[in-house]
Write a protein that binds this ligand. Structure first.
Ligand code: PBG
Length: 331
């Protein structure tokens, strides 16, 4: 016989702090976080991003300092995104293949500063390097050509791995890119370089501030709906994840985060792989705006949303709040 009121009082275990701690089902630690950072040219540069209050673009020296800060806070991994100079952007995004580009210099600086104390995740897609803001090579009608783009993404991934990246994260949503990148990494001797695929990445309205941050927003022609997923779809996300696992992804990502926790839960239920979520720029901005408007207490909003990712089944979360949240957790 199952217990019922008054023998069963669910408030009993909630009645004091120690008891709530004892019965807590989900834990969140700094080790669950990946901190995305924006890199820009120069030295000593700390350039605030208006649409992401509290987030800056840092020059390579500043990135190395942030990486040291992350390691000291117990954050195991950072993610790097370059704001490429306008005169280095082109139709074919060739700067992505330059071994001395901003991304590669940042990877090396972080490695020099932190050794193996922190993981370096790098985004594979051409949008920070193209003059049209699309993630790949376009035809005359602006359609992103799949197979030609994959060939370039492979070279971009190898360029990043050669510079010292630990996790290659293709965010482009081309078909077949995980297999092609995995094969090239194996051939290139990068056996232990991981692939975290942006497996279920939606064509979302929440990416606006990111596009400001990398400088692709104003350039973008059209939208990304021919490769990023329709927000209405779930089955398709599961197929994307299955495909990327079969192609050799070590972990998969769902993106955006909070509005897509149902997808995280479905993926976690179906597959035995590490699942990450990206709490994207628009989500960060929304929390900051809510706090600034007095609609909620900032730290509480941050910690509650991060816990929600863990509860839904995430192994970890990419979040611009990473350092702040880790500081809160470390007391
Ligand atoms: C690039 C990329 C995007 C994000 C991560 N990698 C933007 C896009 O697809 O347009 C978004 C991250 C964020 O909004 O925080 N392919």
């Amino acid at each position: 016989m199952t217990a019922s009121y008054p023998n069963l009082r669910l408030r009993r275990t909630r009645s004091s702090g120690w008891s709530r701690a004892l019965h807590r089902e989900t834990t969140l630690t700094p080790a669950d976080l990946i901190w995305p950072l924006f890199v820009t040219e120069g030295h000593g540069v700390d350039q605030p991003i208006a649409s992401l209050p509290g987030v800056s673009r840092w020059s390579v020296d500043g990135i190395a300092a942030r990486a040291r800060e992350a390691a000291a806070l117990g954050i195991p991994c950072i993610a790097l995104f370059p704001n490429t100079q306008a005169d280095r952007r082109s139709d074919d995004g060739a700067e992505a293949l330059n071994p001395d580009n901003l991304m590669c210099r940042a990877i090396k600086a972080v490695r020099d500063a932190c050794g193996n104390d922190i993981g370096i995740l790098t985004d594979v897609a051409l949008d920070p390097y193209t003059s049209h803001g699309q993630d790949g090579l376009t035809d005359d009608a602006g359609y992103v050509r799949n197979d030609d783009t994959v060939a370039v993404l492979v070279d971009q991934a190898i360029n990043q791995a050669d510079a010292g990246a630990d996790i290659i994260a293709p965010s482009d949503m081309m078909d077949g890119r995980v297999r092609a990148i995995r094969m090239a990494l194996e051939m290139g001797g990068h056996h232990n370089v991981q692939i975290m695929s942006y497996a279920a990445k939606y064509a979302s309205a929440f990416y606006g501030p990111f596009r400001d941050a990398v400088g692709s927003g104003g350039l973008l022609k059209g939208d990304k709906k021919s490769y990023q997923m329709d927000p209405a779809n779930t089955d398709e996300a599961l197929r994307e994840v299955a495909l990327d696992i079969a192609e050799g992804a070590d972990s998969v990502m769902v993106k955006p985060g909070l509005p897509y926790l149902d997808i995280v839960a479905r993926v976690k239920d179906r597959f035995d792989v590490p699942v990450f979520a990206y709490q994207v720029s628009g989500e960060y901005a929304m929390i900051e705006a809510a706090a600034a408007a007095g609609a909620g207490e900032r730290d509480a909003l941050v910690m509650e949303t991060l816990m929600a990712f863990k509860r839904a089944g995430c192994t970890g979360v990419l979040t611009y709040h990473a350092a702040h949240a880790a500081r809160l957790m470390n007391g």
